[in-house]
Ligand binder design. Sequence first.
Ligand SMILES: N[C@@H](CCC(=O)N[C@@H](CS)C(=O)NCC(=O)O)C(=O)O
Length: 252
Amino acid sequence: MNHTLNIISSTFASTLRGWRGTSGSKTVEQPASPLVIYDREGCPDCRLVREALTELNLDVLIMPCPEGSNRNKRQLEAVSGQSTVPFLADQNTGKKVSGAAAIIDYLFQQYRGKSAPAQIKPATLNRLTSRLASAIRGNAGVQARPARMAEQPLTLYSFESSPFSRVVRERLCELELPYHLVNLGKQQWADMGPAKMRFAPGPYAPLANTKRDAFFKAHGNVQVPYLIDPNTNTQLFESADILKYLAKTYAL
Ligand SMILES: N[C@@H](CCC(=O)N[C@@H](CS)C(=O)NCC(=O)O)C(=O)O
């Protein structure tokens, strides 16, 4: 699909979800061992889990389980005894949790010390609009494409509602490439808007001592998607360039 149309449809998907998965909490302590999420980008229930992860500002290791391939599903079956996504394995507590409702409840209780707010839970309206968002994206992030394996997981800086990041996450899922998902949800009004045209006037400054702050110090701005591939020593901004890179490096 033409990249501009792809981004427009991705923007519609975020709009259908009311731009949930844009804001991240101001403070968070990342778990010592990364949470592992078995996920399918185009799956409506998985989206609700990823929205909660952005909201909680938690980073996770995503094990993509697209339809039509067993590469990561074999591991899912070994860990969980079943093959449905979303599934969470928390090595910090030894907990294994299946299904969006239970995972979201667990994440809020464990990492925020309170119940998940009603608007985040997989209630009927959230499930319906998440289904519509998947429908708008067609088959993107659902079916496996033939791909080479990556020796080490990639890293993607993203936040759930980011239309530009979604198209990259979809491709990572289709290619079954495990990746560390670093959530850079927006934490204040000054973060709103595109990196090159923020809504707030004046020079941009992220909140001090946050992941956004660290990213800003490293790159001079905060823009997602940003991909790191340790297998080829590559770091890339720009969704179109990242998609081309993934096709050239991993698609068969
Ligand atoms: N041309 C870039 C645009 C990326 C972009 O505008 N990303 C937005 C999020 S969708 C962003 O980074 N906004 C700044 C921020 O979140 O601080 C691409 O295709 O990757």
